[in-house]
Design a protein around this ligand. Structure first.
Ligand code: HEC
Length: 248
């Protein structure tokens, strides 16, 4: 970008052109450092909704436990498309916490942006932080309602003056822990880009073949691949190589 800001032999792009180059680099530079990470390693939904009392009784155990043990004080936000006009029940703490304050931040702020605000409720109640897939027992979703005597934080108890879960041998505690373990196992199978043994998906391989970066005979089921090296070869294939002055 320094080269197009005017310091380099007077090369200065118009603001719109400068922004186009900037956005091109931005969109190419995913934080993982490889396009192979796209749409891989996802095990959601990471938090089942707490069923509303007005809805039919939940069939799965985890939902039933959430309703019975958490629903008194917590509610889950509903999708406005399936529940038009839904508003949070008064006095209930939302679990997970919706990202409304991002939308309220005003024009120019995209919904995926993460604005950090004082005492940010998303730190402890975001859908992305409730579960700990590396150490399921250390999930905020379990530590908050579990009493201190049983190894939890006792957050709900301290705030509401009423014990919620008092033992890790409680069958309801196990019903909340089981899906976290299942998702941890699933992630270990499908792998995220930064986990040992990660393999890219079919789409990545298909496109890399299309651009001639991977050979047509590459077989994802057993051929070795280093996705960082593959990405580098892809970007290098787009480099502009000026014609040599000496060439015929
Ligand atoms: C009797 C009421 C009550 C019940 C039942 C309850 N909670 Fe809470 N919970 C609270 C209150 C109040 C807070 C807010 C605490 C605060 O912000 O200081 C809270 C906060 C939380 C948090 C955020 C923790 C943090 O550190 O900020 C999580 C996660 C949570 N509860 C999960 C649960 C789960 C899961 C259940 C059911 C197993 C549950 N709670 C049951 C009252 C309750």
């Amino acid at each position: 970008m320094d080269k197009i800001g005017g310091a380099h032999y007077g090369a200065k792009l118009e603001p719109k052109e400068w922004r186009t180059v900037w956005m091109w680099i931005e969109s190419g530079a995913t934080f993982s450092g490889t396009y192979a990470a796209l749409a891989t390693g996802m095990v959601g939904p990471s938090w089942p909704s707490i069923p509303d009392d007005s809805e039919p009784a939940p069939k799965d155990r985890t939902s039933a436990v959430l309703q019975r043990r958490c629903g008194e004080c917590h509610a889950s936000p509903r999708n406005p498309q399936t529940h038009p006009g839904w508003t949070a029940p008064e006095g209930k703490i939302l679990l997970p916490h919706p990202r409304n304050h991002v939308r309220q931040a005003g024009p120019g702020v995209a919904v995926h942006e993460r604005l950090v605000i004082p005492n940010d409720p998303l730190v402890r109640r975001s859908i992305h932080t409730l579960w700990n897939l590396s150490h399921p027992e250390k999930s905020i979703a379990l530590l908050a309602p579990l009493s201190k005597e049983a190894g939890g934080w006792g957050t709900c108890e301290a705030a509401a003056g009423k014990a919620v879960l008092t033992s890790t041998t409680d069958a309801d505690y196990r019903s909340l822990l089981d899906p976290i373990h299942r998702n941890a196992e699933r992630l270990d199978t499908i792998k995220r880009f930064d986990m040992p043994g990660f393999r890219p998906n079919n789409q990545y391989v298909r496109e890399m073949k299309r651009f001639g970066i991977l050979p047509p005979a590459f077989d994802l089921s057993h051929d070795p691949i280093d996705v960082y090296v593959t990405d580098q070869a892809y970007w290098r294939s787009l480099w502009w190589t000026p014609m040599s002055l000496n060439s015929p």
